[in-house]
Design a protein around this ligand. Sequence first.
Ligand SMILES: CC(C)[C@H](C(=O)O)[C@@H](O)C(=O)O
Ligand code: SF4
Length: 472
Amino acid sequence: MDKKTLFEKIWEQHVVVKEDNKPNLLYIDLHMVHEVTSPQAFEGLRLAGRKVRRPDLTFATMDHNVPTVNPFVIKDEIASKQMNTLQQNCEEFGVTLADLHSDEQGIVHVIGPELGLTLPGKTIVCGDSHTSTHGAFGALAFGIGTSEVEHVLATQTLLQSKPKTMKVDFQGKKPLGLTAKDIILGLIAEHGIDFGTGYVIEYTGEAVQDMSMEERMTVCNMSIEAGARAGLIAPDETTFEYLKDRKYAPKGQKLEEALQEWNQLKTDEGAEYDHVVTFDVSSLQPQVTWGTNPSMGAGIHDYVPDPEMMENEVKKESAHQALEYMGLQPGIKITDIEIDYVFIGSCTNSRLEDLREAARVIEGHSVHSQVTALIVPGSKKVKKEAEQEGLHHVFKKAGFEWRESGCSMCLSMNPDVVPPGKRCASTSNRNFEGRQGRGARTHLVSPVLAAAAAIKGRFCDVSELASVGSVK
Ligand SMILES: CC(C)[C@H](C(=O)O)[C@@H](O)C(=O)O
Ligand code: SF4
């Protein structure tokens, strides 16, 4: 029998039409929709007089534009138009929408998993690059453009060229206190922002098996920052346990049947990948980016590098430019970088577990007087659960702002913007020029380091804080 990778199994189960030297036509099991990339797609349907082919496989939410102080007061005209348009489109085309009144509203990549819409073996698309997040469940999930959103709305299928397969094997045991965010940032720092181009990455190794679903989502989320089409992790007991009792996940007899299928969703022993990368996590330090792409990163105990020491002219030039934009001198200690803002949120790190980790660091401390610090839960459900645990008291007492759910300061599409020249420790996934606001300087970190930075007013290892709850 043919040995297959996990990716190949899911792909082959979804091919509807296959012609030589042409993209395959794939069946799509779940289409997530948000307000930014859907208006023209629905408009296209309307103009063509078409319906949404499978409203029951389509689920919409509002996230990018949502103001997080009072979500109902939307001053920006474009934002307000996009949100109203989504509301009207969903009503007209019969698509379920988690709007601002719904308990299910939140960042599209946070709500899919928590509602049990994201399931192993599914093909999942969304007009959003971080759709790769859902790969943590062993689903083949990737971002699509607006014209493709229209195609999926109309046909529930998508034309796709078959990507190549890559295994990223994490070797060694994750050191105590190191987070999934550090692992994915460390991987990208070592291999660059395009080593995944043209591939679907499957993450394997003990470190991945030991991860919670939240941690796996953080890793898969940033696959796109390595250039990959998607990230995948084979489903296992951790996955099944997470999905138990989720609203849309199968239950009873259906679950039994699903489990039989899900248990097959792993790469066969001896199956070959087009490329294999190994990455040792056992001596990795907590990571901080110093530049303007996610690969420009260093360990917390390291220094901002000297561009002149870099191996080629292209790297030298881009590092010079990055340091200029970031207002940093080569050779300074990462722990000497002072910050003005802290943002704990985004589809990379805004789930309950991320907030618990942050709270553990923050408890008993106060936000530094020079720092503005925000905690933005990824969904209403995360917010509610965090409040049931009393985490909001810890945050507020320390001086953090406790906001409503949305994409918030991850990108400057709503009122949460970092002012020009200000420096932000952010748990999000992108740090290019202007990402958090014009002239804003972004340092990507884990929720643990972001929380510690909020307290010290500069980057620091948690061991520098006098008292911190016990680490995992
Ligand atoms: C607005 C949207 C198209 C975009 C994306 O696709 O990723 C956003 O979510 C982002 O993170 O930059
Ligand atoms: S949280 Fe950030 S990365 Fe995620 S979908 Fe929203 S804008 Fe994109």
